[in-house]
Design a protein around this ligand. Structure first.
Ligand SMILES: [Zn+2]
Length: 169
């Protein structure tokens, strides 16, 4: 893929299946796609204060191993500090998912993730999404549909799962 392009979602077809919505397998795939997109397109959203119960402040060169046993988080500074607030950046990202069917139905969702860089606190959500059709002036005439069908038939080959041979059985 050209380096200036990036995958930010996925679209797939249920063909003529009766399931006219995302499946549980699709949901698992959404999570994988979201992780992939988030890793490359995450953006800083907000700095959020981390509430730390029992923060221990220590000074460089003036603490011992036993001091680390106290508190839930230790902050070692180069100067004497009596109070400290810790704020973390929360990063967010999202990906698209579209499922379509042969009869023309379609469904879209946006999956999003927010994650605190320090705490690792993660929130994942999903929202239904509208879709806007843009008229580019072209019409999908039957010749074009047949050409697309031929292209799909040539390029899309189902991958059949072949279980690995079990050695020694
Ligand atoms: Zn599906």
């Amino acid at each position: 893929m050209p380096p200036d392009l990036i995958i930010n979602g996925w679209i797939h077809s249920h063909g003529d299946l009766k399931l006219q919505q995302f499946s549980e397998i699709d949901a698992a795939n959404h999570a994988t796609v979201l992780d992939f997109v988030y890793a490359q397109l995450r953006l800083p959203l907000a700095k959020v204060e981390i509430i730390i119960d029992d923060l221990v402040l220590l000074q460089e060169g003036a603490w011992q191993d036993a001091d680390l046993a106290a508190g839930s988080v230790s902050l070692i500074t180069d100067a004497s500090v009596r109070r400290a607030e810790i704020w973390e950046m929360v990063y967010g990202g999202f990906s698209y998912a579209i499922v379509i069917g042969d009869s023309g139905w379609h469904m879209q969702e946006i999956y999003y993730k927010k994650r605190g860089i320090l705490t690792g606190r993660t929130f994942v959500g999903r929202l239904p999404a509208a879709i806007t059709s843009l008229d580019d002036g072209r019409r999908l005439v039957s010749e074009a549909i047949q050409a697309l069908a031929a292209e799909v038939a040539a390029k899309i080959c189902p991958v059949l799962y072949l279980p690995p041979k079990m050695e020694g059985l």
